[in-house]
Design a protein around this ligand. Structure first.
Ligand code: BF8
Ligand code: SF4
Length: 705
């Protein structure tokens, strides 16, 4: 069985490579408290369901096709293994698309409320981005008020979910070749909700009974996420909260403070957490915290809500998916505020064993044992203050605490816009230097390492292994989601990591002034990777489309349906994608063939599942090198390039971190802040040739800069 090859699934592997997690798991054992890690020991995955061989679509079943001749068997209705596995896979894609896209819808609703002046506390923070997005949507900007444009953008975004005609507007942002391919194959997504509904319909009992056709509908549905819900979500978050630019912060459970009121935000949406950032910095509330005996208010994040506020405000990250219970176990968390997605129900009973108050905030996501304080964008600042006050009131109830002393510095906050800027300034921004470096072989290729933690494999191990090996072999890496947090915890997002990069990669990174591992944000921000890849493909010299690029996407520790949706939309966009853990269609050789060689022939990208880290890495390099060869680029040769000195960029980051450490000693405000003077008041050149500045003296219009 494949499982035996996966060290993470074999008996007795390490639970985590993260020293903070290891310490907290020992602490959990001492306290006699269960976590997902220990529950996994007692709950093995059902091998039939895990491999895609179980159908429970109707009540004549569940039917499970097992045994040596499983692929010759059928369910009661006659459905074969290909249909059963594909149907389940397609439903996972639909689930993932629904989650990301509903998040995107909420962002659009918030933007709409802001535009109508109904959402106190929020504003259009990045007018520049608003104008770019309006440009993509064909919304006029000239001579119009910001809120007028914002209202049109919000309505256009909302239209993408349920429009009766046409296609999702952002598909126009793909390369011309890709758009033509999607059209020809009937893969262009029409409306987000419609694609989800159609997959649910087709996979109902007795509808689409052809594995190839089912998987094709999964491809189209996934595109409604990557080029629809997720991309809208990223764009609207940038409009409301600012397009990220680099900043320094810290990561891991050691960011919790023994003498402060600790508030953790966990989940995915930035709307309430952005208000909590303000509340935690409010002098009045800080004074109240001091009156309660604390030194201040410390906000930290878990999962993608964390990434959202790390990228834009430098709020430290307490950890990734498998850290949620460990954070409560410290006994130092007054309040854990959750919104939607990746929140374990186990937090309810766990929080009750400590003083921690678990606060649910979304009407879509309640947990027994939690206090529900409903978030409403029309009164968000009040809600945020109410929650912070609850945390302050809870501070005196603390029992013994155990905070593991592990915290790593990191640099985050890379956006597509910023990368353009770094490679030529605001007015001549491009991807030329990066493309040239790939063409010359200084950079061997590009890799995205993304996705979750999963207790079935050693926490962070696969992610960190891939990042480590890639940069040593001169492959530039972008990270998002819990994989970004994993890389950061292991030190791979700190300035020092340049020393671990191969000579060619190091040389280029120093010249451009960016680190070898770029944190691009939360999981909806995987759409930023689509944008980057599209620009690299159209910049020239590396083919014409994503499937020409020496690039690969990896999700070593995938866990949820959203990860499946992401992997599928990257494949449909032309990328080779490799997942770890285990294949959800392993039982069907037909579904496996369709998603690998079948999809490669059809869309140029594919989705493979390789649980063994060495094999995963070898395959990734093989794919990168094959694309280099197809492009007739020089063979990668690490001996060709030499290391140069430290760049000014890294010197600046190091200086910043030293300063921050000194400030900490003096007891000053230490929440992360920009390492570049760019968060406010920067400008970019827009696609339509207009340029705008924003920030204080915002001006926009033709020819201005
Ligand atoms: O959306 S990586 S465990 S937190 S699903 Fe969840 Fe996976 Fe983390 Fe972010 Ni993404
Ligand atoms: Fe069994 Fe067919 Fe019903 Fe699935 S749909 S449970 S295979 S009878």
């Amino acid at each position: 069985m494949d499982d035996e090859k996966n060290e993470g699934v074999a008996a007795g592997p390490a639970k985590s490579i993260d020293p903070a997690a290891i310490e907290m798991l020992a602490h959990a054992d001492e306290c006699g408290i269960d976590t997902a890690f220990s529950r996994a020991d007692h709950m093995k995955p059902c091998p039939i369901g895990e491999s895609g061989a179980c159908c429970r679509i109707c009540s004549m079943g569940p039917c499970r096709l097992v045994g040596k001749d499983a692929e010759e068997k059928t369910g009661i209705c006659g459905a074969d293994m290909g249909t059963i596995a594909s149907r389940h896979f397609a439903r996972q894609v639909a689930g993932g698309v629904a989650a990301h896209s509903d998040h995107g819808r909420d962002m659009a609703m918030t933007l709409r409320a802001v535009a109508k002046g109904e959402a106190a506390g929020y504003k259009v923070k990045d007018e520049q981005k608003l104008f770019s997005v309006a440009g993509y949507m064909g919304i006029p900007t000239s001579g119009r008020e910001v809120n007028e444009i914002a209202l049109d953008v919000a309505d256009k975004a909302l239209e993408q979910f349920g429009q009766a005609h046409g296609q999702i507007i952002y598909t126009k942002r793909a390369t011309p070749k890709r758009q033509a391919k999607w059209r020809e194959l009937g893969l262009t997504p029409r409306a987000i909700d419609r694609e989800v509904v159609e997959v649910m319909h087709r996979t109902h009992e007795g509808v689409d009974l052809d594995a190839e056709n089912i998987l094709k509908s999964a491809l189209r549905c996934s595109l409604a996420d990557g080029w629809g819900g997720a991309m809208l979500s990223t764009d609207i978050s940038d409009i409301l909260f600012g397009t990220p630019s680099p900043l320094a912060s810290e990561v891991n459970l050691g960011v919790l403070k023994s003498d402060q009121v600790n508030v953790i935000v966990h989940g995915h949406e930035p709307t309430l957490s952005a208000m909590l950032v303000e509340a935690a910095r409010d002098p009045e509330l800080i004074a109240e915290a001091k009156a309660a005996g604390a030194e201040g208010i410390n906000l930290a994040g878990i999962c993608c809500t964390s990434n959202e506020i790390l990228m834009r405000y430098g709020i430290p990250a307490a950890g990734n998916f498998l850290h949620q219970e460990l954070a409560v176990l410290t006994g130092a968390v007054e309040t854990m505020v959750v919104d939607v997605q990746c929140i374990m129900q186990a937090l309810g009973p766990l929080a009750q064993r400590f003083h921690t108050q678990l606060v649910t905030t979304s009407p879509k996501a309640k947990i027994q044992g939690a206090v529900h304080v409903e978030f409403d964008e029309h009164r968000a600042p009040e809600t945020a203050r109410e929650i912070v006050r609850m945390a302050i009131a809870n501070y005196p109830n603390r029992g013994p605490i155990h905070i593991p002393d592990f915290h790593e510095p990191l640099v985050a906050g890379f956006s597509h816009e910023y990368l353009n800027y770094m490679q030529g300034g605001f007015h001549r921004g491009s991807f030329r230097p990066l493309n040239d470096a790939v063409i010359a072989g200084r950079i061997r290729g590009l890799a995205g390492v993304v996705g979750c933690n999963n207790v079935r494999v050693t926490q962070d191990e696969g992610i960190v292994e891939m990042i480590k090996r890639f940069i040593a072999d001169d492959v530039m890496v972008v990270v998002t989601g819990c994989a970004a947090t994993a890389g950061a915890k292991a030190g791979y997002l700190s300035p020092e990591i340049l020393d671990h990069a191969g000579p060619g990669l190091r040389e280029v990174m120093e010249a451009i002034g960016i680190p070898p591992v770029l944190h691009l944000g939360s999981c909806v921000d995987n759409s930023r990777i689509l944008t980057v890849l599209t620009q690299v493909a159209t910049e020239g010299g590396l083919g014409e489309d994503i499937d020409d690029l020496p690039a690969v996407g990896l999700c070593p520790e995938w866990m949820c349906e959203k990860a499946i949706a992401i992997g599928t939309y990257f494949a449909a966009s032309g990328a080779h994608v490799i997942f770890g853990v285990s294949s959800p269609v392993k039982a069907s050789s037909e579904a496996t063939r369709l998603m690998t060689t079948g999809w490669e022939e059809m869309v140029g990208g594919d989705l493979e599942f390789i649980p063994d880290w060495d094999e995963m890495y070898a395959r990734a390099l093989e794919l990168i090198d094959a694309k280099r060869e197809a492009l007739k680029l020089p063979q990668y040769d690490p001996a060709q390039f030499g290391a140069s000195g430290d760049s000014m960029f890294f010197a600046a980051i190091k200086e910043y971190l030293a300063e921050k450490a000194a400030e900490q000693e003096r007891g000053l405000e230490t929440v992360g802040s920009p390492v570049y003077p760019l968060s406010e008041g920067h400008s970019h050149t827009l696609g339509d040739g207009h340029s705008h500045t924003h920030g204080d003296g915002h001006a926009h219009g033709e020819g201005e800069s």
